[in-house]
Structure formats: C-alpha cells, structure tokens
Design a protein around this ligand. Structure first.
Ligand code: SAH
Ligand code: SF4
Ligand code: F3S
Length: 473
C-alpha cells in the first residue's frame, strides 16, 4: 500500500505521494493513451536492486507497465552505481545513446537516479552535456518518485532533486520484485565505515536501520507469498540496529526471522570482518534456516594495505574469524571481495593476498582492480604501478582462485545437496540450482521445478560449475 510520506520530506509538498500517484493516472492517460511503458535498469549492488524494485512498485501504482527494450519505452529510468569508474562509463555510454531515441520519440521521459547522481560532478555533467535528460534524483528521495515525475511531466523544465542528507526511512512503499521465489530485504541503509577507497558513505549517507518490526513484517509477507530465499541487505549488517531507539542486534534479528514458520532460507550481506562477532557465527550455527554461507570481504591479505584501506582488522584477526566459523560450522561456504592494486601496494604485499586465498579456500571470489573515486582519500594516494602490471597480478589471483575452487569442487563429487531451483541452466535441457553454500549445480530436469527445493547428487565437478542428477526427497 502506498502511504503518505509527507513527514519525511525536506520541503513539505502540496500533496502526498499517494495523491501524486492518483494524479499521474490521469496525466499519463492523456499523454500516452494506453498504459505507458517503463524501462527500468539497475546497476550495482543488491541494495540498489532493492531500490529499483521499490521504484518499479511506485511506477506500477501510477499505471506503468514494464518493457525490456528502450525502443518502445515512454519512460527510461537508469538506477546507477558509482562504485568503480567502469560502472560509471557504462551509464554515460547508455545515456548518450538515448539522444537519438528521444529525438525520434519526443514524448519519452529520461530519468537518472542512484549513487552516481549523488556526486555533484556527475549531476553537473548531466546538466550541461546531456540536455535531453529530463529528471535526475538522488538516493535519498527515491520515495518521492511520484511527485518528481509529476513535476517533470507537468512542469516547465528539467527536474534535479539531489539533497545531501538522508531523511528518515520511508516504510510501506509498494514493490515489484524481479523474482517470485528469491527476495532482497534491506535491513539498513548507508555506511559509517569510510574505507579509504570507497564512495558508498558519500553517496548513501550514514547508517540507518529499519525497525525490527518493519523487517519482520516484510519477512513474514515474503514467506507467506512463497519466497524461498531471503537475503537481508546492508553495507555492514553487523551494525544493524545499533542506532535504533531500542537497540537490536543483528544476531537477534536473525533469530527472529529464523523463528518464522515456513520452508525458506535466510542469507545476509555484507558482513564486515571488523564487526563480525563470535555471537553472530554462533547464531548462524544455531539457526537452521540461516544458510551456512558467509560473504566476508577481506580486500587484502596484507596488514599495511589493510591499514591504508582503513579496514580496521588484521590478516590474523580475519583468519581467526574464519577458523572459528569453521569450528562451529564445518560445512560453511565462504566468499569474499578483493581489491588488486590499491595505491602503493607492492608485488610482495600482493603475495599476502594470494597466500590468504590459498589458506582460506573460498567458494568464490569477487575480484576488483582498484578504481580511484574522486573525493575518497585513496584517490589522492600515489599509485605508481601501471595498469598492465596490475592486470597481470589480477590474472594471477583469478588463476589461483580457479585452482582453489576446482580442488574444492572435486571434493564435492558424490555429495547430495538440497538446492533451490532457479531456472534454466547454461546447458540445454539443464536446470540451475543453488546450494545453501551458494554453489551452483546444473542438472537435467523439468522447468516446472523452478522456485522449489530439490535434492541433487553431484556427478561431475568442473572448475566453475558442478553438474548432478535429481534424487527423490
Ligand atoms: N560494504 C561492503 C562492500 C560494498 S562495495 C564491504 O565493506 O565489504 C563491494 C565491493 O566493491 C567491495 O567489497 C570492494 O571489494 C569493491 N570496491 C569498492 N570500492 C572500490 C574501488 N574504489 N575500486 C575497486 N573496488 C572497489
Ligand atoms: Fe564501502 Fe567500506 Fe562501507 Fe563497505 S564498509 S560500503 S567498502 S566504506
Ligand atoms: Fe554501487 Fe551504490 Fe551499491 S555505489 S555498489 S549501487 S551502494
């Protein structure tokens, strides 16, 4: 249900968002005749995807239907990500390509939102060099989409709405989810950590948690609607609830969701190693519905680099956490993020990243080449290593991880897993399912199984993928 959000707005508008939504029905009908089509594309992390799903919910309430192609869209909305330069370049490329589309289809509205827009340099570039973009808004006002779209369609000029400060969390926004069995459930927004390379705290503001009741209500509704895999989201879920009026720990939140009746899995991300406690690991071990999968980004295996990154843990503390996690959950699957080529990192220091990867044996790794982000301390640090050199290190790391994962996969031959069937696999006639540890197994089967749990025995182990056969429950 769409609620009034008047109390959270910076400048009180004349109307509530629900009133703008109702007005837009008439405006859109007069402008486009039949149901207008929206093309919504989200870049970046799962948190951004969750935002995109809420914006789709608001658009559906206004009367929009959705299209997968820009060509026949009446509204194009790009929900952008600023984490690395590459992500930004893709957005500028795609937006540039809209210039001719819009010339051929003048009724089209082009809107940009998300983390990139929260950077003044980007908003200015759009203002000056992309005059065909009609609406630009930041991460803190997405709940005001009805009002912003109304102003764009009925006002005289372009609309730029980019406040710096986050207001309170707006609950009750409608949601159109991308999947009918896997769901993202944001539990908190923003980040207080200021890792020296990272733009997120600047574009997402300080940490804000949803109340325990609000999270539980959404979790209950998801389970009731048949969702089987629920991922709790936050940049640092371990600080969930610390600033609530009545503080609640993330471990408590996990226990409460675990206690909801129903057959479903709970995942969460991201867990910051500096705040990942033994209590959290004990809670994971004790909660049957919490997947034995921990995404614990280490970023670098070298203590000097970790200090420069402002990560506030050491290699030794990280490894101690991994040891404890394996002690209480011998089967736990670990995944991580790594940055290669942080400014000033030497080849000798990079060897510590390689040795950590070898020592831990991650199920999978997300590897990134350092990308300077304007306004962050790391962007100003001397960075003498060439891109080519960093590229060579990067390949060394991915080759090592391929060997490590291949070895781990061999050990899974003959094992039986409960998988959530997600849809067609890469191989013709095969389905893809995901284990509790987030490992993908492909197996021959009927697509009617999509969205349900199935028992699969591993019959073939390749470096990146497992193949198997269905077995009776
Ligand atoms: N909150 C999460 C990370 C979110 S960003 C955490 O602290 O673990 C996802 C990943 O992007 C990070 O873990 C990091 O590996 C990578 N990343 C962030 N900023 C980057 C940059 N400037 N260059 C390269 N990779 C970056
Ligand atoms: Fe970025 Fe660090 Fe916050 Fe993660 S914890 S979002 S890496 S600042
Ligand atoms: Fe990107 Fe913003 Fe997420 S910068 S990674 S979309 S929080």
């Amino acid at each position: 249900m769409l609620q009034s959000v008047e109390t959270n707005q910076i400048t009180p508008p004349a109307k509530t968002q629900a009133e703008y939504t109702a007005l837009l029905h008439t405006v859109l009908n007069a402008r486009y005749g039949s149901a207008p089509r929206a093309f919504v594309h989200t870049y970046g992390c799962q948190g951004n995807v969750a935002d995109g799903e809420r914006m789709k919910g608001m658009l559906a309430a206004m009367g929009y239907c959705f299209t997968d192609t820009v060509e026949d869209a009446d509204l194009v909305l790009y929900n952008t990500c600023a984490i690395r330069e590459h992500a930004e370049d893709r957005v500028f490329g795609n937006v540039g390509a809209l210039k001719n589309r819009k010339a051929a289809r003048p009724g089209m509205v082009i809107a940009l939102c998300g983390c990139m827009m929260q950077q003044p340099r980007v908003a200015e570039k759009i203002r000056v060099s992309y005059p065909f973009v009609d609406l630009v808004f930041g991460t803190h006002v997405l709940h005001r989409l009805p009002e912003l779209l109304y102003r764009t369609l009925c006002g005289a000029g372009r609309v730029f709405e980019l406040p710096d400060e986050a207001g309170g969390i707006v609950e009750g926004l409608p949601v159109v989810r991308d999947s009918s069995f896997k769901a993202f459930l944001p539990v908190m927004y923003g980040c207080n950590n200021f890792c020296s390379y990272c733009i997120v705290p600047y574009v997402r503001g300080r940490e804000r948690s949803r109340t325990l009741e609000a999270v539980l209500e959404e979790a209950r509704a998801l389970v009731k609607a048949g969702y089987r895999d629920i991922t709790l989201l936050g940049q640092n879920v371990n600080s969930y609830g610390k600033n609530l009026e009545t503080p609640v720990s993330f471990a408590r939140l996990l226990r409460e969701i675990n206690a909801l009746p129903g057959d479903f899995r709970i995942r969460f991300m991201t867990s910051h190693p500096k705040d990942c406690t033994r209590e959290l690991l004990d809670t994971m071990a004790a909660c049957g519905k919490v997947a034995k999968h921990l995404h614990l980004p280490f970023q670098s295996g070298n203590n000097r680099v970790l200090r420069e990154m402002n990560r506030r843990y050491t290699r030794e503390q990280y490894l101690a956490l991994v040891r404890y996690a394996r002690e209480v959950m011998p089967e736990i699957s670990l995944t991580s993020d790594v940055i290669v080529g942080f400014p000033g990192e030497t080849y000798a220091e990079f060897q510590d990243t390689l040795s950590l990867v070898e020592e831990v044996g991650f199920t999978s790794l997300f590897t990134f080449l350092f990308s300077p982000r304007e306004g962050t301390p790391a962007a100003k640090m001397p960075d003498p290593i060439s891109r080519e050199e960093k590229g060579r290190w990067f390949r060394e790391l991915t080759d090592l991880q391929e060997r490590v994962a291949g070895g781990r996969n061999q050990g899974l031959l003959g094992r039986r897993f409960r998988v959530l069937v997600e849809g067609p696999g890469k191989k013709e006639g095969f389905l893809a399912g995901r284990t509790e540890g987030n490992i993908v197994i492909e197996f021959p089967g009927d697509s009617a199984l999509t969205g349900s749990f199935a028992e699969v025995r591993v019959t073939e182990a390749l470096a990146w993928i497992l193949r198997g056969q269905l077995e009776a429950e």
